[in-house]
Design a protein around this ligand. Structure first.
Ligand SMILES: [Zn+2]
Length: 123
């Protein structure tokens, strides 16, 4: 499965809450990202025109779309855990994965990624 999409991280633009951007430079060694227009490009916008009645919805859509790279990573981690569990040299995928050290670490990582994404989903 090739990834032709824009690599993450994605974020909502600082000056246009309907615009999802990809950040080119960041986070740097200090954890800083630069959303100044010079270190980013647009992935998509959720609205072409200002629509007062749908402002919050369009903003929430942008926040949700910006999570796609993290959602993909969480899904891939789950898929990896399941595939490795099925071929695990320690448990052979038999029984409860939580009781296998190797598998519980993989599933734990996948669960952590999923929880981190879900906490960021706009309410
Ligand atoms: Zn295992």
């Amino acid at each position: 499965m090739g990834n032709k999409h824009t690599p993450g991280p994605w974020a909502v633009a600082a000056f246009n809450v309907h615009q999802v951007i990809a950040i080119h430079d960041g986070p740097n060694e200090k954890g800083q990202t630069f959303m100044d227009g010079k270190h980013q490009h647009t992935v998509c916008t959720t609205s072409d025109e200002y629509d007062k009645g749908r402002f919050e919805e369009q903003s929430a859509n942008a926040k949700l779309i910006a999570l796609v790279p993290e959602m993909l990573a969480a899904l891939q981690a789950q898929e990896t855990a399941e595939n490795k569990n099925a071929n695990c040299p320690d448990c052979d995928g038999i029984g409860d994965w939580a009781e296998c050290g190797r598998c519980s670490e993989l599933f734990g990582d996948a669960i952590d990624l999923r929880h981190a994404v879900l906490l960021k989903v706009p309410a």
